[in-house]
Design a protein around this ligand. Structure first.
Ligand code: ADP
Ligand code: MG
Length: 363
């Protein structure tokens, strides 16, 4: 595992060797993590990778099998959920539909026996923060739209003024347009409140839009933790590379003299690849937007030839699939740079070492 930023001991939330077993099944395999105060930290991973299990431990809804969780200097993994005042889960579907917006937002404050006037003042402050009209105070949840309900749920989660907000796939049930709007609102809310957000999603796009750092989870462990750009451009494994969107991967090896060879790519003499040592091997990654159609004078470090198999319009971009002896290669172009070729035609594609990333494999 690789950390994108160096972590100091001032992490707000720290996990050390966290293991969670359900009978014989190990859902979390020794997780270490440092979350910095004020960051928007997102955990992404396929369904079943252990994301919800981890968040349940963090908020105290379940117990660890091994390891420890620290909030600043204090251990909190043995503190019951209701005594962890810094932690709240944002669950949009857990609103009380028969109650008003105001009653929902004030619910946690009522549990803590705050006076009605103070509760109301706080609720109005939160309506302002979430950009909902104050008149919504008396509106029933059942009369609110999906987007408004999400904002009420957020206001309720913020009622206690928690230091950390935890989110477990809050937008996954919403339609595309609303999801896109709320992604931006959440990012904006994060900036306005300065709070620490720990967010779980299986959608990489969502993670990319909002997060300061992203952790990629696979089968109960973190495969990589880094800023979004680094995860996209320098994944540590095939799993991360493929999880982070469309990608082309080519096997490369270097002989003992350092000469680089590939079964598929034609390599220009003298081309060097970062991190590929003599005798080593691994995967050369190039994202579709960096692959060019060759032709004319331009020589590339890596070239290959194939048959144009398909062309797909993706709004502002066009995606091409090229069938090669090494499998399908994906190329992406802006619409204005559309290729003048038809399906079944032979094409040569190329790219330079500078736009690649090499994933070293253990020898
Ligand atoms: P995610 O949120 O990433 O989709 P979960 O954390 O919910 O995944 O689940 C991770 C794994 O742990 C899954 O294989 C799931 O079946 C298993 N699991 C989760 N909760 C329990 C439980 N209470 N008992 C047994 N297995 C569980
Ligand atoms: Mg889950």
């Amino acid at each position: 595992m690789r950390q994108g930023k160096s972590m100091d001991s001032s992490a707000l939330l720290r996990l050390r060797g966290v293991v969670k077993k359900f009978g014989d099944f190990t859902a979390l395999k020794g997780v270490d993590l440092d979350i910095v105060e004020g960051e928007f930290f997102t955990i992404v991973g396929p369904s079943g990778s252990g994301k919800s299990t981890l968040i349940r431990l963090l908020v105290g809804m379940d117990e660890l099998t091994e390891g420890s969780i620290w909030l600043r200097d204090g251990r909190i993994d043995e503190t019951p959920a209701n005594l962890r005042p810094t932690c709240m889960v944002f669950q949009s579907l857990a609103l009380f539909p028969h109650m008003t917006v105001g009653q929902n937002i004030e619910f946690p404050l009522k549990l803590r026996k705050e006076a009605p006037a103070a509760r109301r003042a706080r609720a109005e402050e939160l309506l302002d923060l979430l950009r909902l009209p104050r008149s919504y105070y008396d509106k029933r949840i059942s009369q609110c739209s999906g987007g408004e309900r999400q904002r009420v749920a957020l206001a309720r989660a913020l009622a206690f003024d928690p230091e950390i907000l935890f989110f477990d796939e809050p937008l996954s049930a919403l339609d595309y347009r609303l999801r896109k709007t709320l992604e931006k609102e959440l990012k904006d809310l994060h900036a306005r409140t300065g709070k620490t957000f720990v967010y779980i999603t299986h959608s990489l796009e969502e993670a990319m839009v909002m997060s300061d750092r992203i952790a990629i989870m696979k089968e109960g462990h973190f495969e990589q933790i880094a800023v979004a750009d680094e995860i996209y451009s320098a994944p540590v494994s095939r799993f991360v590379a493929e999880f982070m969107g469309e990608v082309n991967l080519f096997g490369l090896r270097a002989d003992d003299a350092g000469l680089i060879t590939s079964d598929i790519l034609k390599i220009r003499a003298g081309v060097a690849v970062d991190n590929l040592d003599p005798g080593g091997h691994g995967l050369l990654m190039v994202r579709p937007e960096y692959v060019r159609f060759a032709g004319g004078e331009r020589a590339f470090d890596f070239t290959l030839t194939g048959t144009l198999h398909g062309e797909y319009a993706l709004g502002s971009r066009i995606q091409y699939e090229i069938e090669t002896t090494g499998g399908m290669v994906t190329v992406e172009k802006l619409r204005e740079d559309r290729l003048n070729a038809s399906e079944g035609e032979q094409v040569t594609i190329g790219f330079d070492s500078a736009v690649t990333h090499f994933i070293r494999e253990a020898t």
